[in-house]
Ligand binder design. Structure first.
Ligand SMILES: Cc1ncc(COP(=O)(O)O)c(C=O)c1O
Length: 342
């Protein structure tokens, strides 16, 4: 568990000495209106309460601490990551706090806000085309690998294949949800990108309650659901979509498919509309993926009964999507005008 931010060496403090102390211990909010509507108990884990406004602060802090402990990262070193934005922001923040250089390769479909916020925190952003295969040297994955070879003293945190990504959530998100739900959680609904959040959190929760059901939420256009169902990596099912952070064109090691009981794909438009409704009705201003997770809950509502306690994850904050899903013109042009979109 992360330390209680207001308790340092057992002493209650009125101030904090590091932003890193503010990571974790995010609220679990019971949503009364949605619980009534769906006839079950619904809670949102609000990860935008982290200082970088997303769940990824947890993994950024943990991956850097582990790299330091193992001697992979030394003073004056450089942290490199391929990121759609949120992990980058967490890493950029931790690098500012700890004095490292931060170089991020980012797919060019990421929102302007995300890219500018990375730069604001001093990260160097290398934009890469989103519409190329992951093994293409121009892809943001391959570019990160190339840069890690070129830059001396660099640590490539490689979130898709780094156990410390899952471990961060096993050590913090899982225990927090278990305690906050008063051990009642029956279903955990979570979007899947690297898989770190769902895998680490579910591993802890299933250790506490082996009957817990885990629902992975994927994007239409991602290869993960097909892999879950068939065991085959098939790029022919992949196509470009707008939901950032969710779904993949690779199969990350971090996705613990065995811990996931069901996978569901959600479309860009349905996720965007649900995120906007969540903000308008409940004042919970989440990102596109939070809308995807909640939409999954609506689509699977017949699975949940009055005795169930369903927790979904709000991975990041809606302010990161002001130029996209919370912008009427963007929504019309990119999603609502496309008749084939779900
Ligand atoms: C907004 C958002 N939602 C969901 C996810 C998926 O989380 P994970 O990578 O832990 O599977 C990400 C990952 O980047 C994200 O940025």
């Amino acid at each position: 568990m992360w330390p209680n931010p207001l308790t340092i060496n057992g002493q209650k403090q009125k101030y904090t000495t590091s932003l890193a102390d503010q990571i974790g211990n995010t609220p679990l909010l019971r949503l009364e209106g949605i619980s009534d509507e769906l006839g079950t108990n619904v809670y949102a884990k609000l990860e935008y309460f982290n200082p970088g406004l997303s769940a990824k602060d947890r993994i950024a802090a943990h991956m850097i601490e582990k790299a330091e402990k193992l001697g992979h990262l030394k003073p004056g070193g450089t942290v490199i990551e391929a990121t759609s934005g949120n992990t980058g922001l967490g890493l950029a923040m931790m690098c500012r706090i700890k004095g490292y250089r931060c170089v991020l390769t980012v797919a060019d479909k990421a929102s302007k806000e995300k890219i500018n916020s990375l730069k604001s925190l001093g990260a160097e952003v290398v934009l890469c085309p989103a519409k190329v295969a992951p093994d293409d040297p121009r892809s943001y994955y391959q570019k990160a690998i190339t840069l890690a070879k070129e830059i001396e003293g660099s640590y490539y945190s490689n979130q898709n294949f780094n156990d410390d990504n899952c471990e961060a959530h096993y050590l913090s998100t899982g225990p927090e949800i278990w305690e906050q739900s008063e051990h009642k959680i029956t279903h955990f609904v979570c979007t899947v990108g690297t898989g770190g959040t769902i895998s680490g959190t579910s591993r802890f929760l299933k250790e506490m309650n082996p009957n817990l059901q885990v629902i992975g939420v994927d994007a239409f256009g991602s290869v993960l659901t097909n892999y879950f169902k068939t065991g085959e990596y098939d790029m022919s099912v992949a196509y470009s979509y707008k939901m950032e952070g969710v779904g993949k064109t690779i199969i990350p090691d971090c996705v613990a498919f065995k811990l996931i009981d069901e996978f569901i794909q959600i479309g860009d438009l349905a996720a965007a509309k649900r995120a906007r409704k969540l903000a308008a009705d409940e004042a919970v201003w989440g990102g596109h993926s939070a809308g995807g997770a909640l939409e999954a809950l609506y689509e699977l509502k017949d699975k949940f009964g009055p005795e169930d306690h369903v927790v979904f994850l709000v991975s990041d904050h809606g302010s990161k999507y002001l130029s996209t899903i919370y912008n009427d013109e963007w929504l019309k042009e990119h999603l609502e005008s496309k008749a084939y979109l779900i």
